[in-house]
Design a protein around this ligand. Structure first.
Ligand SMILES: *[C@@H]1O[C@H](CO)[C@@H](O)[C@H](O)[C@H]1NC(C)=O
Length: 293
């Protein structure tokens, strides 16, 4: 009888299990690889969601609500059993975006009522907004108060760079820390240190400056093209190496959720580095880097 099980055990021993230690993946509302900004269709969001699910991501982060993205991505996420970190984008100052933000808060309320509270990990007001912490947080608190008045308890915050939140911790005064942390922009660190930079420098600093707050790294990635930044080299093998290091580093603090950046290359962006952070279709995940750590 025992002999009967041997081939099964041998097969299991020979198999390397892939583990995705990221929580989610962030991405744009435009399709990948396009020199102009072209909204993802519902079918294209569905493909993003099934690719995310297949590779073990649990959530998709939106940076803006243009392109009907909140409804399309929410519908796709529900169909794939994923969650959404919803982000309202503020292009200039908070004051200049007041009408747009207020309109998009209503879009969020409608999606929340349509798809349910359980779909939303959070709502962020602004991504790296170029305005004072006081102006940004006044808007965050106002939106949060409004949602609470409707009985909506979705966690609310604003996304900023980890360095700015460390230096102005008022930015983590709402419900959670939402920090972008890209090691590429530190000229002292090669791709193999991409995860170590986030988990050894950024996260400890954020935890100390934002005591008691849940930390979410809303973006971390690496470009495959463009100029180098000192020791940080932009190439396909460096992007692969950085994501591999990040995925392994995520196991060192399970209290922190990290969103890999980003779904696919956004070629319409103006800078070669910023165009080339795409992951799907470029970097092997289950088939490659998730097997290694
Ligand atoms: C940020 O805002 C200031 C003041 O309005 C402006 O001078 C500066 O150009 C802005 N920076 C960026 C990167 O948009």
């Amino acid at each position: 009888m025992k002999l009967f099980f041997l081939p099964v055990i041998a097969a299991l021993a020979g198999q390397v299990f892939a583990a995705n230690n990221f929580y989610g993946i962030a991405g744009a509302n435009s399709i990948g690889g396009s020199a102009s900004y072209v909204c993802r269709t519902q079918a294209q969001w569905n493909k993003v969601a099934t690719d995310a699910k297949t590779n073990g991501f649990k959530s998709i982060r939106l940076v803006g609500f243009d392109c009907d993205a909140l409804h399309r991505a929410s519908r796709a996420a529900v169909a794939s059993g994923l969650k959404i970190m919803a982000g309202i984008y503020i292009p200039g100052s908070v004051a200049s975006a007041r009408t747009q933000v207020d309109t998009e808060v209503q879009v969020f309320v409608a999606a929340y009522r349509q798809f349910g509270a359980g779909v939303y990990d959070g709502l962020t007001i602004g991504n790296e907004v170029n305005d004072s912490a006081a102006n940004i947080m006044a808007k965050v608190y106002s939106v949060r108060g409004y949602l609470r008045s409707l009985g909506i308890s979705t966690p609310v915050s604003t996304v900023h760079t980890w360095v700015r939140i460390r230096d102005e911790p008022a930015l983590c005064g709402a419900d959670f820390v939402a920090a972008n942390a890209h090691a590429f922009f530190d000229p002292n660190q090669p791709s193999g240190k991409a995860g170590d930079v986030v988990f050894q420098y950024a996260i400890p600093a954020l935890k100390s400056r934002c005591p008691g707050k849940k930390v979410v790294i809303t973006e971390s990635g690496w470009p495959s093209a463009g100029n180098r930044n000192g020791a940080a080299i932009a190439s396909w093998s460096d992007e692969r190496n950085a994501l591999l290091n990040l995925n392994c580093a995520c196991t060192t603090d399970r209290s922190v959720q990290v969103y890999a950046f980003e779904i696919d290359d956004q070629v319409w962006k103006h800078n070669a580095n910023e165009r080339s952070f795409g992951i799907f279709g470029k970097i092997g995940l289950n088939s490659d880097i998730f097997k290694i750590c």
